[in-house]
Design a protein around this ligand. Structure first.
Ligand code: ADP
Ligand code: MG
Length: 163
């Protein structure tokens, strides 16, 4: 069974609200992989999610640092591997430690390192259907833990469900 839901938002604040809502289902060890063109709203989504996880510091695009760690109710990592073109560069970030199961981890351009992520993870694919502020968010839950959380995720994201 494919656990997939298609959402749409009309403002950045709505995308943050989706992030906050999804964050309510996240536990230590969870990985959220975000894909989508530059400006699609990946970082915006993480801003909402991180806030809901108790992060008070502003979440900005980790373009120059590639990885940021935030202190929330649990440790939160935010990776942006946009500029990394070798798997070794990602490993050099200390991915093993980051994925040790104690933190919630958000990875922008996560598809580039799909093979390095745990089987259980949530994919968020953001697309711009037109030149307005509208964004489509396709959420795919991979692995058994997302299977069991899926009914709840569908219920919570119903306000943004794409018709
Ligand atoms: P990415 O991390 O994918 O490159 P960002 O989240 O940094 O994208 O940037 C998204 C930009 O688009 C922000 O300036 C944000 O305010 C704007 N924006 C406009 N509408 C939306 C929307 N519906 N969802 C997310 N961002 C939006
Ligand atoms: Mg970004």
């Amino acid at each position: 069974m494919l656990n997939r839901v298609q959402l749409s938002t009309g403002t950045a604040e709505q995308t943050r609200a989706v992030g906050r809502t999804v964050a309510g289902l996240l536990e230590p060890g969870d990985v959220v992989s975000l894909t989508g063109d530059l400006g699609a709203g990946k970082t915006t989504f993480v801003q909402g999610a991180a806030r809901a996880l108790g992060v008070r510091d502003p979440v900005v695009s980790p373009t120059f640092t590639l990885v940021r760690q935030y202190r929330g109710d649990r440790p939160v990592y935010h990776l942006d591997i946009y500029r990394l073109d070798r798997v070794q560069d990602v490993l050099d970030l200390g991915l093993d430690e980051i994925l040790d199961g104690t933190a919630v981890v958000f990875v922008e351009w996560g598809d580039a390192v799909e093979g390095l992520l745990p089987e259980d993870h949530l994919e968020v694919e953001l697309t711009l259907p037109d030149d307005t502020d509208r964004r489509l968010l396709a959420l795919t839950g991979r692995g058994p833990t997302w299977g069991s959380r899926w009914p709840r995720l569908q219920e919570l994201t119903a306000p943004w469900r794409e018709a």
